[in-house]
Design a protein around this ligand. Sequence first.
Ligand SMILES: Cc1cc2nc3c(=O)[nH]c(=O)nc-3n(C[C@H](O)[C@H](O)[C@H](O)COP(=O)(O)OP(=O)(O)OC[C@H]3O[C@@H](n4cnc5c(N)ncnc54)[C@H](O)[C@@H]3O)c2cc1C
Length: 390
Amino acid sequence: MRVVVIGGGAIGAAVALFLRREAGTAVEVVVVEPDPGLTQASSGRSASSIRQQFSQPLNVRLSQFGLDVVSHATEWLGVDGEAVDLGLVDAGYLFVATEAGAPALRTQHTAATGAGADVSLLSPDALAQRCPWLRTDDLALATLGESGEGWFDGPALARALARKARALGACWHRGRVTGFDRRGDRLVAALTDDGARLEADAFVCAAGPWSGAVGRLAGVEVPVHARRRTVFVFDCPTALPPTPLVVDPAGVWFRSEGRGFIGGWSPGPGDDDPDDLPIDDPDLAQFEDRLWPALAHRVPAFEALRRRSAWAGYYEVHPLDHNALVGPHPALPNLVLACGFSGHGLQHAPATGRGVAEWLLHGAYRSLDLSPLGCERLRTGHALEERAII
Ligand SMILES: Cc1cc2nc3c(=O)[nH]c(=O)nc-3n(C[C@H](O)[C@H](O)[C@H](O)COP(=O)(O)OP(=O)(O)OC[C@H]3O[C@@H](n4cnc5c(N)ncnc54)[C@H](O)[C@@H]3O)c2cc1C
């Protein structure tokens, strides 16, 4: 069997790794990637955080496997006996809610703990005791991950997945897919900008925010949008203890990063930017307009914070339900999608790679059933809504 993977970010690299891990030389894998340093890829520009607090139990389970790979990186990703340390900081996610958001947060807590997540439900008083630096008088409820949530070195995960995939025999082709040879409802070959024709039995679309464009090249709709998200780096002159990743009802988040902090604003429905805004041009006005007022409200010491720098990357948004599309495209069965992760794809890369490999090799999922993420949703419009979107 021969598989061409389009895109060599964390998802494409994980697919390649698990194909070779499962099937060895019985599967030939070529990953096509124009930018092997991942300078534009979401995998190189994310906030590199991992959580178990999702409203969909499947997303919790995807993260749990991601956590296993990140926390036992040497076993999963080591090459030639070398140790791999992805710098996991197990500091938790803290979701806080006002009266209006409390029922949804309670439901999210039930979903996450039902799937095995270690998350406490906290009253405002209990929260104030644990996080005295946080304003709690306008809050009704909070949930705090007690273990298995935090952050890690995301670009290093993407690199380690690719390195291991190569060590297992997957090949990287430096180039961009610019077209396909399509016969009826089958793709026969991917055509690249360096003139190559890469024939295969199956093609995996792991092009992250550019997956919609890859779909168009194949003549099918892949409803994934490249939405710019800016991450700000800032310091606080008043010493604060290390914080978890805090998700605030004002639509902002922040967390410790070294001796400072990073944070950002997540647009709500109707607030979002158009597609494809330039990511080398972060939206700096957002800091004063959106982020700082909300941060200073939640953490009084942040009134005096100092912005240091910022970067931006693309969320690959699947607007139907903010959940990934994983599986064969209904109109083109040998184009397998692995895209649309809507801001949580780095932590889900290992489980997605494993699942796509199982599906391609065995025609069924063996370890974790990813069929709820299947692309029949494109035809039926049936949403698997993820409500915990950051
Ligand atoms: C600001 C920000 C913060 C985030 N925070 C988190 C977080 O905390 N936790 C988390 O889990 N996720 C987070 N994410 C999301 C996460 O980064 C992505 O979901 C994940 O990296 C997607 O990986 P990918 O491999 O699918 O896509 P990418 O990493 O974008 O890789 C896709 C690759 O496809 C290649 N490509 C594109 N077009 C073609 C073509 N025609 N031919 C061949 N190759 C092509 C590109 O060059 C690119 O390298 C964040 C994202 C952003 C932008």
